[in-house]
Design a protein around this ligand. Structure first.
Ligand code: SF4
Ligand code: SF4
Length: 230
């Protein structure tokens, strides 16, 4: 015979169980509990406060805080070389850019356009982690308001912040990265003002890209020499 599932299952061990305890008279009228609550609220009026009267009072975040990502402006110019690593690493695909080249600039490449869609950004900091030039960092700016979707797309002009204003975060990153990689990593400020061409003097042959490719072809055509060849 099928079990009747509508019936509550009785306590198999003892049927003498109590679902509710009996309330006293004072508990039934609730007044003592109400006055206890009022007394607690009254005491809190004299307790030390931990909240801020935002936006009249602003919170100053510590340097570890990850606020709005910004582009570092170094001597009036963005550090970014438009390598695209940050856009690749960004989980919600918030970053887009268009690269351009300037042969007169030791940096050679720069972003013609650079945009971050702040409606997509999740403040993960991956862009900052992967950037080889320390050109994009997480600022302390948490006070972000938009009035439209278009307004939420920050262009290069709105993203650029002078490095002097980001000093605390840059110092934090330097300490963090140097500690993270120990003796193998010695982050220096001047790492950021090189071009890829000048990074390693051994590779700086002074040849144009076409000549370099020609040289490469010749090298590839020459007979391989190896200690392992028979
Ligand atoms: S903080 Fe994260 S989500 Fe925001 S732009 Fe950088 S990588 Fe993208
Ligand atoms: S990773 Fe850094 S250098 Fe490369 S495009 Fe992004 S901000 Fe620019």
């Amino acid at each position: 015979m099928p079990e009747n599932l509508d019936q509550p299952v009785a306590n198999a061990i003892s049927e003498d169980y109590q679902r509710e305890r009996k309330l006293s008279f004072l508990e039934k009228i609730y007044l003592p509990e109400i006055f206890k609550g009022l007394w607690y609220s009254f005491k809190q009026m004299f307790a030390p406060t931990f909240t801020l009267n935002y936006p009249d009072e602003k919170w100053e975040p510590p340097s570890i805080f990850r606020g709005r990502p910004v582009l570092v402006e170094d001597n009036g110019q963005e550090r970014c070389v438009s390598c695209g690593l940050c856009a690749r690493a960004c989980p919600p695909l918030a970053i887009s850019m268009q690269a351009n080249e300037d042969s007169d600039d030791p940096k050679e490449r720069y972003p013609e356009k650079f945009e971050i869609n702040m409606l997509r950004c999740i403040y993960c900091g991956y862009c900052e982690e992967v950037c080889p030039e320390e050109a994009i960092v997480m600022s302390k700016d948490y006070d972000i308001v938009f009035e439209s979707r278009e307004d939420a797309v920050y262009d290069k002009d709105r993203l650029m912040v002078p490095k002097e204003d980001l000093k605390e975060r840059l110092d934090f990153l330097k300490e963090y990265k140097n500690n993270q990689f120990g003796q193998f990593w010695d982050f220096q400020e001047e790492n950021n003002i090189h071009s890829v061409r000048d990074r390693d003097q051994d590779w700086n042959t002074g040849l144009s890209l076409v000549d370099l490719l020609e040289q490469q072809k010749k090298n590839d055509a020459s007979e391989a020499s190896s200690n392992w060849s028979v």
